[in-house]
Design a protein around this ligand. Structure first.
Ligand SMILES: C[S@@+](CC[C@H](N)C(=O)[O-])C[C@H]1O[C@@H](n2cnc3c(N)ncnc32)[C@H](O)[C@@H]1O
Length: 116
């Protein structure tokens, strides 16, 4: 049985020391349109969380990702409100079964798992 694994990395900066073979696209994630659907959409962007959520929601809406794992950087204030809005945006796009986790020692971001 053959298994194929492919990965595309969209990165604002130069990447260093990749551990797996990836196709590296040096551009903004907001400008990236995938040519084909992916199983996993992974996101760890230091950017405004609601804009990131909107960008990711598009992958569920267009059926270009099956599963999402994303970190969202939270603002200093109104963290709970922003997390609730991230949920709304992702669910409006079509993501389901959202699970949101926050590390005990890092209250400034949450990790979200969801399926499209
Ligand atoms: C916390 S670091 C994530 C590092 C990543 N997990 C890695 O191992 O390379 C946040 C990253 O978000 C990237 N970033 C911020 N805005 C971006 C954008 N619009 N498109 C792509 N990458 C962006 C930054 O370049 C930065 O490297």
């Amino acid at each position: 049985m053959e298994h194929e694994v492919g990965a595309i990395e969209v990165h604002g900066n130069e990447a260093d020391g990749e551990l797996i073979e990836v196709t590296l696209l040096h551009r903004s994630a907001f400008d990236f349109e995938p040519d084909e659907p992916a199983d996993f959409l992974l996101c760890d962007m230091a950017f405004r969380p609601l804009e990131v959520a909107s960008m990711l929601a598009r992958y569920a809406r267009t059926r270009t990702a099956r599963f999402l794992i994303a970190n969202f950087k939270l603002p200093m204030k109104r963290k709970a409100e922003i997390v609730a809005r991230i949920r709304e945006v992702l669910e409006a796009g079509g993501f389901r079964g959202l699970r949101v986790r926050q590390l005990y020692h890092d209250r400034d971001e949450v990790t979200v798992f969801a399926r499209a």
